[in-house]
Design a protein around this ligand. Structure first.
Ligand code: ADP
Ligand code: MG
Length: 258
């Protein structure tokens, strides 16, 4: 598998084994290429390795074997400093549990990655305000996480992930706590950025309504990608390796590639 110019992320035979004694093979030989500007959903049962996979792509954890290429560069074993720099400048991460700083207000939380990237306080504040307005929290700039609901904090986390205009945004159940209306607002915002500035989105989700709005669905079971579906016209086309299960979502929209 060779790298191609428009691949932004390439995973080659990536495995992650946890534990000493009892081994857990959280990822088992995952190979996938993601192009710049793709909008990808990752689905699969609980414990199948979705978060582990995102943590690898987000450079938060290192693989046991295999390689991760980011813009053609092998970052699997980059130094901690280089990984931190790439996380700050190339990647935006929305965690399952927001990880907002409790002492900071919403706007201060969103400003953080920009201040780390040496933007001025004025500039960071201005963009922080804009982003919070875009996620529907223009009136909660100065609220702290404990003064906001789970869904509101999740939206602050989305704004923070977008702060430095990262080329790749990774989300772990990013709409998990959101009501339908907020979920649509966030999806529309991400899709707009995706189309306007070609940002790449990789979202783990349980929400098949969201997954079916993306362009490509990867299904992971027991640490392996067992199915891949691509948008074609109004539905999805499943690749040959897919075994149709009951929980594959809206099977009516999915046809097989021949
Ligand atoms: P998912 O996000 O799909 O629910 P995870 O990636 O969190 O799945 O976990 C995949 C497997 O790896 C599970 O069996 C889980 O228990 C195990 N696992 C995840 N993180 C750790 C860890 N830090 N130490 C040991 N096992 C882990
Ligand atoms: Mg998870």
């Amino acid at each position: 598998m060779n790298n191609r110019d428009d691949d932004i992320i390439v995973l080659k035979d990536l495995s992650k084994i946890y534990g000493n004694g009892v081994e857990v093979r959280a990822l088992d030989g995952v190979s996938v290429r993601i192009k710049a500007g793709e909008f990808v959903a990752i689905v699969g049962p609980s414990g199948s390795g979705k978060s582990t996979l995102l943590n690898m792509i987000g450079l938060l954890d290192t693989p046991s074997s295999g390689h991760i290429f980011l813009k053609g560069i092998d970052v699997s074993r980059a130094s901690p400093d280089e990984r931190a720099r790439l996380r700050n400048q190339e990647l935006g991460f929305v965690f399952q549990y927001h990880h907002l700083i409790p002492e900071f207000t919403a706007v201060e939380n969103v400003m953080m990655p920009m201040l780390i990237a040496n933007k001025s306080k004025t500039e960071a504040h201005k963009r922080g305000e804009e982003l919070l307005r875009a996620v529907g929290l223009g009136d909660r700039l100065h609220s702290r996480p404990n003064q906001l609901s789970g869904g509101q904090n999740q939206r602050v986390a989305v704004a923070r992930a977008l702060a430095n205009n990262p080329s790749i945004v990774i989300g772990d159940e990013l709409t998990g706590n959101l009501d339908t209306k907020s979920s649509e607002l966030i999806y529309n915002l991400l899709r707009e950025l995706n189309q306007k500035i070609n940002q790449t989105f990789i979202l783990v989700t349980h929400d098949m309504t969201l997954a079916e709005k993306t362009d490509r669905i990867l299904r992971i079971v027991d640490g392996k990608i067992v199915c891949e579906m691509r948008r074609k016209d109004d539905g999805f086309v499943a690749s040959d390796l897919c075994e149709m299960g009951e929980d594959d979502g809206n099977v009516n929209q999915i046809s097989r590639e021949n």
